[in-house]
Design a protein around this ligand. Structure first.
Ligand SMILES: Cc1cc2nc3c(=O)[nH]c(=O)nc-3n(C[C@H](O)[C@H](O)[C@H](O)COP(=O)(O)OP(=O)(O)OC[C@H]3O[C@@H](n4cnc5c(N)ncnc54)[C@H](O)[C@@H]3O)c2cc1C
Length: 384
C-alpha cells in the first residue's frame, strides 16, 4: 500500500461481507473507496458462514436487531438482483423456505414462542402436523415417524445464500466501481490527527477522509488505543460439507442451534457449534463427528453421502449481543461496523446502508441507538 491518498478517500479495514458491502454501497454513491485486509479479501468468517437468512419483517418490529434484520431482509434480494445485473453472475440467493423442528420440550417451547412472535411481526409461519411431513418434505419422512419428533413449523420466507459466491461477486462489483482492494496489509493501529483518520500498516501511517473499521472477530486487536480492546470476542463455529448423488431437498432445516442447509446441487452444509477458544481456528473430530451424527439422525440417507470438506470460522460477538454500528466516541470521522455474531451475512446490507448514510450525512432508516459504539465498554466498566 502506498502513502498516496486523496482527501476524499474512504478506507474500509476488513474485506468480509460487512466491509465489502459498505465499500460497494459507498462506491455506487461516487466515493473513492479502498478496502484493506490483512489476508485474502472475502476469506474471513464470512466465507465460512452457512448463509441462512431467517424470515424477518421490519414492519411492527420494535426490537432493534429485528428492525435491522427486517431492513436487511428487504434489501438483500434487491442487492442480489443489482449485483447480478452489474456482473452477470448469480450470487446464490434463494427464497427456499425453512423447516423448524423440535425434538425436546425446551425446543418445543422455544418454537411456540418464536412462532407467536413471528405472527405478531406478520411473518408467515405454519405449524405442520407430523403426519403431513412425508408428503411435504420427503427427506424428513423417517424423522417425522421417529420418537424424537415432537413438532414442526414451516417458514416460507427463509432464504439461503452461498457466501463464497456472494463474496466473489461483490468484489467484482466493487472493482467495477473502482474500489481498490488491498490484500495482505495488516492494520496495527488507528488514530485521528487534526480530525483526519489514520491507519498504521508496517509502521507507516496512511491518512484518509473517513475510516470504517470492519475487522470482524479481530477488531479488538487494532483498536486498543480507541478503547475498543475488549469489545469483540471470537466464538468459533465448525461446519461440515457433504454431498449426496441427487439432492434430497433444497431447503434449510433448523433444529435448535443446529441446521442442515440443503443446496439445489446436492451439497448439504451441516452446522454448527459455539466454542470460546480464542483465535484458534480449525476443526475437531469430536464436533465434526457430532455434526455427521446429527445430520444422519434427521435423514438416514445422509449416511451414504460423500464427505466433501470441513472448516471453522470465528464469529464476532459483542458483550451485549448487539453489533456496533456508528462513529467511535471522541473521534470525528472514524466509524465501526462489527460484532454481528451469528447474523453478519443477513445483516450486511442493512449495516452498509446505515454506514453509508452516516458517512454521507443522512439519517439512517432505523434507530441505531442500541448499536452505539463503545456502549459495551462503558457498561462493563460500570459493572466492575
Ligand atoms: C460456522 C458459521 C456459520 C455462520 N452462519 C451464518 C448464517 O447462516 N447467517 C448469517 O447471517 N451469519 C452467519 N454466520 C456469521 C457471519 O459469518 C459473521 O457474522 C460475518 O461473517 C461477519 O462478517 P465480517 O465482515 O464482520 O467479518 P469477516 O468476514 O471475518 O471479515 C473481517 C475481515 O477483517 C480482516 N481483518 C481483521 N483484522 C485486520 C487487520 N488488523 N488489518 C486488516 N484486516 C483485518 C479479516 O482478515 C477479515 O477478512 C456464521 C458464522 C460461522 C462461523
Amino acid at each position: 500500500m502506498t502513502n498516496e491518498t486523496n482527501s476524499d478517500d474512504v478506507f474500509v479495514v476488513g474485506g468480509g461481507i460487512v466491509g465489502l458491502s459498505i465499500a460497494w454501497q459507498l462506491s455506487r454513491e461516487g466515493r473513492n473507496v479502498t478496502v484493506i485486509d490483512q489476508k485474502q479479501m472475502g476469506k474471513g468468517t464470512s466465507w465460512a458462514g452457512a448463509g441462512i437468512l431467517p424470515p424477518a419483517n421490519q414492519k411492527n418490529a420494535t426490537d432493534p436487531l429485528d428492525q435491522l434484520r427486517g431492513l436487511s431482509h428487504e434489501l438483500l434480494p434487491i442487492w442480489a438482483g443489482e449485483l447480478t445485473n452489474e456482473t452477470g453472475k448469480d450470487v446464490g440467493l434463494r427464497r427456499c423456505g425453512g423447516w423448524y423442528l423440535a425434538e425436546s420440550p425446551g425446543e418445543m417451547a422455544a418454537m411456540i414462542g418464536l412462532a407467536d412472535y413471528w405472527s405478531d411481526l406478520e411473518i408467515q409461519v405454519e405449524r405442520v402436523p407430523l403426519q403431513e411431513i412425508p408428503r411435504r418434505e420427503p427427506m424428513l419422512s423417517q424423522w417425522a415417524r421417529g420418537e424424537q419428533a415432537i413438532g414442526a413449523w414451516w417458514a416460507p420466507d427463509e432464504y439461503q445464500l452461498r457466501p463464497p459466491q456472494y463474496l466473489k461477486v461483490i468484489q467484482e462489483a466493487c472493482r467495477n466501481h473502482s474500489v481498490q482492494l488491498r490484500e495482505k496489509c495488516k492494520v496495527t493501529a488507528v488514530r485521528e490527527k487534526q480530525s483526519r483518520p489514520q491507519i498504521c500498516i508496517n509502521g507507516t501511517w496512511h491518512s484518509c477522509e473517513q475510516l470504517v473499521l470492519c475487522g470482524g472477530a479481530w477488531l479488538s486487536q487494532f483498536t486498543h488505543s480507541q478503547g475498543l480492546g475488549n469489545s469483540v470476542i471470537p466464538v468459533r463455529g465448525q461446519m461440515l460439507l457433504l454431498k449426496t448423488q441427487s439432492p434430497l431437498s433444497a431447503r434449510v432445516i433448523n433444529v435448535g442451534h443446529r441446521y442442515l442447509v440443503c443446496r439445489e446441487d446436492g451439497h448439504i452444509l451441516v452446522g454448527s457449534c459455539e466454542e470460546e477458544v480464542g483465535f484458534q481456528e480449525g476443526t475437531t473430530p469430536k464436533v465434526i463427528q457430532g455434526l455427521h451424527h446429527f445430520a444422519c439422525s434427521i435423514a438416514p440417507e445422509i449416511r451414504s453421502a460423500t464427505y466433501v470438506d470441513c472448516w471453522s470460522g470465528l464469529r464476532p460477538m459483542t458483550i451485549d449481543g448487539f453489533p456496533m454500528i456508528g462513529r467511535i466516541p471522541r473521534l470525528d470521522r472514524t466509524y465501526v461496523a462489527c460484532g454481528h455474531f451469528r447474523s453478519g451475512l443477513h445483516l450486511s446490507a442493512g449495516t452498509a446502508t446505515i454506514i453509508a448514510d452516516l458517512l454521507q450525512g443522512r439519517n439512517p432508516p432505523i434507530c441505531i441507538d442500541s448499536f452505539r459504539v463503545g456502549k459495551q465498554m462503558v457498561e462493563t466498566h460500570r459493572r466492575s
